[in-house]
Design a protein around this ligand. Structure first.
Ligand code: AMP
Ligand code: ZN
Length: 114
């Protein structure tokens, strides 16, 4: 998809700090981290948001969560815990229109979120 920064990262046309990649997914560290660990997991396929995923995308979204587990283990977050976040739309705070799962850890998160 033209002009999508996460497609640019996935296709290696834009530099990023990649921590995992496979046939379907790429994970890289957030450029503006909100916690000691802040990694984004994105599908290679351009899906605009969680709200535009189709039934056939369900396995991909499940895999995003399973990769989040692996990244949590890599950064030793499993004992203390971590937070997974998907923002959608203006009110949800989505700023990049390519589906991504945030994994945040390494500090105590607050609730409710701002
Ligand atoms: P969201 O607000 O949920 O759409 O999250 C988008 C995230 O992408 C934000 O946390 C940004 O800091 C992050 N981000 C934007 N551009 C880049 C980039 N080039 N490399 C890594 N992370 C980025
Ligand atoms: Zn994209």
């Amino acid at each position: 998809m033209a002009d999508c920064i996460f497609c640019e990262i996935v296709n290696k046309r834009m530099k990023s700090d990649i921590v995992h990649e496979d046939e379907e997914l790429v994970a890289f560290n957030d450029i503006n981290p909100q916690a000691p660990v802040h990694t984004l997991i994105v599908p290679r396929k351009h899906i605009e948001s969680i709200h535009s995923m189709k039934p056939e995308d369900a396995p991909l979204v499940s895999k995003m969560v399973l990769i989040a587990q692996k990244i949590a283990e890599k950064y030793k977050l499993n004992d203390d815990g971590y937070r997974l976040v998907v923002n959608y739309g203006i009110n949800g705070g989505q700023t990049v229109p390519h589906l991504h799962l945030h994994i945040l850890g390494g500090r105590r998160m607050t609730w409710p979120p701002g």
